[in-house]
Design a protein around this ligand. Structure first.
Ligand SMILES: Cc1ncc(COP(=O)(O)O)c(C=O)c1O
Length: 390
């Protein structure tokens, strides 16, 4: 039976299909002019100096961390063993690059209401070894960046952002993803825009931008500008520069079709965001005073990736029963992101610590439910959800 309230739905029409056709007609499928145009528009839209498109949000996170190992700027450089503070609730590939680069991961509890990192606990978790905070804007909700910046002011601590769930979120008039030294985005299906697979890294730092360009494609010099911060000046000999490898990079380039689709999706993004926020206003109206469920408290202007419902502490409602009820009513639901990530078996490969009990992450892990939001109006779906959950 078709879902009465799906987690996500497609956002494409003939604009995206024509964009794909243009790439097919050009017979040039590998990263080229459409990806370059997308990057320019992306940087412009979010108010960043540079944007680098990659194959996914996960590889955006990978390059963001990798780049910090190759910078000449000592204020930015990370080394194995450096401590990075993260919230205990996020997606797996927020954390994996930290493990892969030998960093020590320090898990901090989330705030029960915003579902972002608890800023009180973050403040207490900082040590002399803390070199970075990887802030995650969860489910569309930006962090309180004023407070975050106050906490790290005067300390040698980098702020990085995983904004893969929160494209278009705004805090104090500024786009989430642009508060950190670098910020990452995802354009996977079900996210705010969809480019098949896709991700992006934004930064205002020129050197990091050049490092990202190099790491994205084989660690070679080919995609670097003639005068660049990785090699200085490139030679004018294209033969010599064609296979010259200067950093231990990857191949995480996006397909040209993703760039072409992305250009069309970015044009639609303001409309998508408007509708997501209208849906959220109705969701808040329906669920703000719910007898046994709590909803996410917005910080700044959320871009509302989806809607969280957390069973209130002390209530005798059991999640399994709610999930069964939703499923019997044809409403799709999921846990809230990873729940308490530090519980996963994969942690045996990590160098990590948990300075204080992850009480809220655990509560959300056991009592949280996620339902989708989308780019079109979901009034009937939300009304139906409220009726099922009454
Ligand atoms: C917080 C967060 N970071 C990273 C990612 C990875 O993005 P992708 O699916 O494009 O690899 C996701 C995926 O949804 C995410 O939620």
């Amino acid at each position: 039976m078709p879902s009465k309230y799906p987690l996500a739905s497609g956002t494409w029409d003939e604009k995206e299909l024509n964009a794909i056709q243009r790439v097919i007609d050009s017979d040039m499928y590998t990263m080229g002019k459409y990806v370059a145009e997308y990057e320019e528009r992306f940087a412009d839209f979010f108010g960043s100096k540079h944007a680098v498109m990659v194959s996914s949000g996960s590889t955006a996170n990978l390059l963001m961390i990798a780049a910090l190992f190759y910078t000449e700027n000592e204020d930015h450089r990370l080394q194995p063993g450096d401590e990075v503070i993260v919230p205990a609730v996020s997606w797996s590939t927020t954390y994996f690059p930290l493990q892969q680069y030998g960093l020590k991961v320090r898990f901090v509890d989330i705030d029960r209401d915003t579902l972002n990192i608890s800023l009180d606990q973050l403040e207490q978790a900082i040590t002399d070894k803390t070199r970075a905070i990887l802030a995650v804007n969860l489910l569309g909700n930006p962090n309180d960046f004023d407070r975050l910046n106050d906490i790290i002011a005067g300390r040698n601590i980098l702020l990085l952002e995983d904004n893969c769930e929160s494209m278009g979120a705004v805090y104090e008039g500024r786009q989430a993803g642009t508060f950190g030294l670098m910020g990452t985005f995802s354009s996977f299906f079900s996210h705010h825009i969809a480019t098949m697979e896709g991700g992006c890294i934004v930064t205002d730092d020129e050197e990091l931008h050049h490092i990202l360009l190099c790491l994205r494609a084989h660690g070679w010099t080919r995609n670097l500008p003639k005068h660049n911060r990785v090699t200085g000046a490139k030679s004018d000999d294209p033969f010599e520069e064609s296979f010259k490898f200067v950093l231990p990079g990857y191949n995480v380039r996006p397909l040209e079709m993703s760039g072409a689709i992305g250009i069309e999706q970015l044009k639609k993004l303001p409309g998508f965001l408007h509708n997501r926020r209208e849906n959220a206003a109705y969701f808040q109206e329906l669920f703000s005073n719910h007898p046994y469920l709590d909803i996410q408290r917005e910080v700044g202007a959320s871009s509302w990736f989806g809607f969280s419902l957390v069973i209130r502490e002390g209530s005798d409602v059991i999640r399994k029963e709610i999930v069964n009820k939703l499923s019997a009513s044809n409403i799709e639901c999921r846990p809230i992101v990873s729940g308490n990530f530090a519980k996963n078996e994969v942690m045996r490969y990590f160098d990590y610590d948990i300075p204080k009990e992850l009480y809220n992450a655990e509560h959300v892990d056991e009592n949280g439910i996620f339902v989708g939001n989308g780019h079109h109006m979901l009034r009937e779906e939300l009304k139906y959800l409220a009726k099922v959950m009454s």
